[in-house]
Every structure is written in structure tokens, then in C-alpha cells.
Design a protein around this ligand. Structure first.
Ligand SMILES: Nc1nc2c(ncn2[C@@H]2O[C@H](COP(=O)(O)OP(=O)(O)OP(=O)(O)O)[C@@H](O)[C@H]2O)c(=O)[nH]1
Length: 304
């Protein structure tokens, strides 16, 4: 049982753009094999998670804002508060257009919505392989005349031009934060939440008087086997350094107790022997962070 010390950055990024501009192609290009298809259970009606990019120092969770991509004529009817509030909560917005398409009502609709949102917006001019580079400045100007962008990236999602640079800049938008999803979460995996709840129960049970409810548990991985034993790794998040001390205990004694109890519970659940590794990390004000709560699964009734 060790303590996690390195600073990790994580956050949520929305990709917007009208149909067919290349959003899915870009996502696949950025995420590569790491595409994570999230279960419906792990989602709320508010956000749809499209994919998760994870590397050694950052995790970008790409969210979709249903509705925004396909505007109807009646703006009032269409205006979706939930989608707009998502745009305010995310750490960055990628607004994608196609270089070979004229700016249209769909683009203007989205840019209108973005006028009221303070989140940094990148303009992505996709499909640059289809145009002559001399035409690029004029295309860009058509959009910058309407909206201010934090940054502008001419890209080709199919060829990969400028995609690594884009990823770097997106990562630079993210605050220090936890890995919301395990590296290996590729498919629907609801038992991750149950296992993290079992661990959390033990933390609350054993430290009851000292840190009531100021704790969240996120499962990092649960798919490796070493000598036939399933390896389970989880991070316990608390809100303050003092709480971290309590959870770890003198010489690690509390964390050891938590680990022993939780291991038994998880073994009962999964029906086999496991190795449990726990980390403890401070994540200030996680209880006030709706995205953190949502990703950790604690607001999902079925897991309560
Ligand atoms: N030439 C070229 N074609 C591209 C590029 N990016 C995407 N495309 C093509 O554009 C079409 C639409 O791409 P998608 O990724 O499905 O577009 P989308 O924005 O996700 O579309 P919706 O799901 O309808 O919103 C596909 O045929 C892609 O192959 C690019 O950089 N260059």
C-alpha cells in the first residue's frame, strides 16, 4: 500500500460541430485504441461520454452534449439548458467545422450559444487536406468574425495533421485532478462502481468519527492477474491533508485495516482471491464538484 504523489491533470472537454464535419473521426484519431465505450448506467441524461484519452500525466474525458449538433428552426424550443450548463462546466470546448464547407446556420447556431459561455473554445478547421492552403486565412476569418477563440487549429482528422499539437494544448487546459476512469476501462463495467463502494464502506466504517462522508473511491484497474490473483487498484480521495493522515493512520496501520476488510468484501463479491492496492489522495472540495461525483458513480441510485 503506497501513497500517490505525482500530479495528474484531468478534465472534461466537449466536441461540438454540425453533422459530418468529422467529430467522430477526430475522436478516434486522438484516442486510438483507447476508445472507451461507456455504459448507459455510468451516464446521466445530461452528458454522454464519447471517449476517454489517458496517458501517463493526463486524462481527457470527451463529452457529447446531445442536441447541440442538430439545431432545429425554432431556437426557443431547441434551447437546451442542460447542454448549455454542461458547456459551462467543462474545461474546454472544441468547435469543429469542415474547411470545404461554407459557414452555415448550424455553425452560427452553435457559435451563438458559445457567446454566453466563458469556457475556452478552440476552433478546429478540419479536412484541410481538401483545400488549398492559400484559402485557409479566409476560411478562418469567417469564424473569427463571429466568435473569439482561445486557439485555432487547422487539422485533418483522417491524415492526422496537427492532432498531436491539438492534444498538447487540450491537456494544457486541464486542472490538476484525479483519473476519473481506469486506464483499461474499455467497455461496460458496472462492477467497478460496486467494488469502489465496498472499499468506501470500509473507510467510513473504520474512520467513522473522524471523516464522515468526506471520502470518495475511484477504482483504477481490475483486470490484471498475477500468479492467478486478480489485481485490484483503487484511490481513496479525501478533501484535506488531515483526513489523508487519518485514512493512512500511524505507520499505515489504518490503511492496512481498510485494505484487509475491503479485500474480504471484494473477494466475496467477485468470488475469487484478489490483491488489493490502495492509494490515498487529497482532492479538495470533491463533494462540490458535480462532474467528479458523476464520474465516481456516487450519484447513481443503483449503486447506493
Ligand atoms: N478528407 C477528409 N475527410 C474527413 C476528415 N475527417 C473526417 N472526414 C470524413 O468526413 C465524414 C464524416 O466524418 P464523421 O467523423 O463521421 O463526422 P461527425 O462530425 O462525427 O458526424 P456526425 O456523427 O453526423 O455528427 C466521414 O466520411 C469521414 O471520413 C478529414 O480530415 N479529411
Amino acid at each position: 500500500m503506497t501513497e500517490q504523489t505525482t500530479e495528474f491533470h484531468s478534465g472534461f472537454v466537449a466536441i461540438l460541430g454540425r453533422p459530418n464535419v468529422g467529430k467522430s473521426t477526430l475522436m478516434n484519431r486522438m484516442i486510438g485504441e483507447k476508445v472507451a465505450i461507456m455504459s448507459d448506467k455510468a451516464q446521466t441524461t445530461r452528458n454522454k461520454i464519447n471517449g476517454i484519452y489517458t496517458d501517463k500525466d493526463a486524462q481527457i474525458v470527451f463529452v457529447d452534449t446531445p442536441g447541440i449538433h442538430k439545431p432545429k428552426n425554432d431556437l426557443d424550443e431547441y434551447m437546451d439548458d442542460a447542454a448549455v450548463s454542461t458547456l459551462k462546466e467543462v474545461d474546454g470546448i472544441l468547435f469543429m467545422v469542415a474547411a470545404d464547407d461554407k459557414i452555415g446556420p448550424g455553425d452560427r447556431f452553435i457559435m451563438n450559444l458559445l457567446q454566453d459561455v466563458k469556457t475556452p473554445v478552440f476552433l478546429l478547421i478540419n479536412k484541410i487536406d481538401l483545400i488549398h492552403p492559400d484559402n485557409l486565412p479566409e476560411i478562418i476569418q469567417g469564424y473569427t468574425d463571429v466568435l473569439n477563440f482561445k486557439n485555432i487549429f487547422p487539422v485533418s482528422a483522417t491524415m492526422g495533421n496537427n492532432v498531436p499539437e491539438l492534444l498538447q494544448e487540450v491537456k494544457a487546459l486541464l486542472p490538476v485532478g484525479p483519473k476519473y476512469y481506469p486506464d483499461d476501462q474499455l467497455t461496460d463495467h458496472p462492477e467497478y462502481f460496486v467494488v469502489s463502494e465496498l472499499i468506501r464502506e470500509q473507510v467510513l466504517h473504520l474512520t467513522r468519527d473522524e471523516i464522515p462522508h468526506a471520502v470518495a473511491v475511484v477504482l483504477e484497474s481490475m483486470n490484471q492477474r498475477v500468479n492467478g490473483k486478480l489485481q485490484v487498484e483503487a484511490t481513496i480521495f479525501v478533501e484535506r491533508d488531515s483526513q489523508k493522515g487519518i485514512v493512512i493512520g500511524k505507520g499505515g496501520s489504518m490503511l492496512k485495516k481498510i485494505g484487509i476488510n475491503a479485500r474480504r468484501e471484494v473477494e466475496n463479491l467477485v468470488g475469487e482471491k484478489i490483491n488489493l492496492k490502495l492509494w490515498v489522495k487529497v482532492q479538495k472540495n470533491w463533494r462540490d464538484d458535480p462532474l467528479f461525483l458523476q464520474r465516481s458513480g456516487y450519484n447513481l441510485k443503483e449503486f447506493k
